[in-house]
Design a protein around this ligand. Structure first.
Ligand code: RB5
Length: 147
C-alpha cells in the first residue's frame, strides 16, 4: 500500500471526476495535492498535467492521477517524462496488472467515459497493488532504450 500524498490534475473534461475522487477518497484517509483545474471552464490539458507529471518525475510524489475527457491527452503528456510510467485505465484488472508488471506511477483516467464509482475503486487498487519486481524490473528499464 502506497500511503504518500497523491498528485492529481485534470482539465475541464476531467474536472468533475477529479472533484469526485478527492471528495470520496479524502474521507477514507487518502491525501491529495490538487494541481487544478478548479472549475469546468475550458482549459488546455497540458497546463494541468505537466505539474503532476513533473512532481512524480522528480520523486516529490510517488503516485499521480491525471484526467481529461478521453484520458488520451493527459496520458500522452505525462509519458513525456523519463521517470513517469502513466497508464490509461478503464477497469480494475488492467489497473492491477499495470501496477504488478509495469510499476505504473500515474493513472490516466477518461473523465467522460468512465463510471465515477468505478474510477474511485480503480484508484484504491492503484494505490494498494505492489509491483512484482523480478523480470519486470529488466523490462521497465528497457523502456528507456529508445533507438
Ligand atoms: C477537451 O475537450 C478534450 O480534448 C480533452 O479533455 C481530452 O480528451 C484530450 O485528450
Amino acid at each position: 500500500m502506497e500511503t504518500g500524498q497523491i498528485a492529481i490534475g485534470a482539465d475541464h473534461g476531467g474536472f468533475a471526476l477529479k472533484q469526485y475522487i478527492i471528495e470520496r477518497l479524502s474521507v477514507e484517509g487518502f491525501d491529495f495535492k490538487d494541481f487544478g483545474t478548479f472549475s469546468g471552464e475550458s482549459v488546455d490539458y497540458p497546463d494541468f498535467i505537466h505539474p503532476v507529471a513533473a512532481s512524480v518525475n522528480q520523486g516529490i510524489h510517488k503516485r499521480g492521477i491525471v484526467i481529461c475527457g478521453s484520458g488520451q491527452g493527459a496520458n500522452m503528456t505525462a509519458n513525456k517524462y523519463p521517470e513517469v510510467r502513466s497508464a490509461l485505465l478503464w477497469d480494475i484488472e488492467q489497473t492491477k496488472l499495470t501496477r504488478m508488471h509495469n510499476d505504473a506511477n500515474i493513472i490516466a483516467l477518461p473523465g467522460r467515459f468512465i463510471d465515477f464509482a468505478l474510477a474511485v475503486e480503480m484508484v484504491k487498487v492503484f494505490m494498494q497493488t505492489e509491483f512484482e519486481g523480478g523480470r519486470h524490473i529488466r523490462r521497465i528499464e528497457k523502456m528507456k532504450n529508445i533507438l
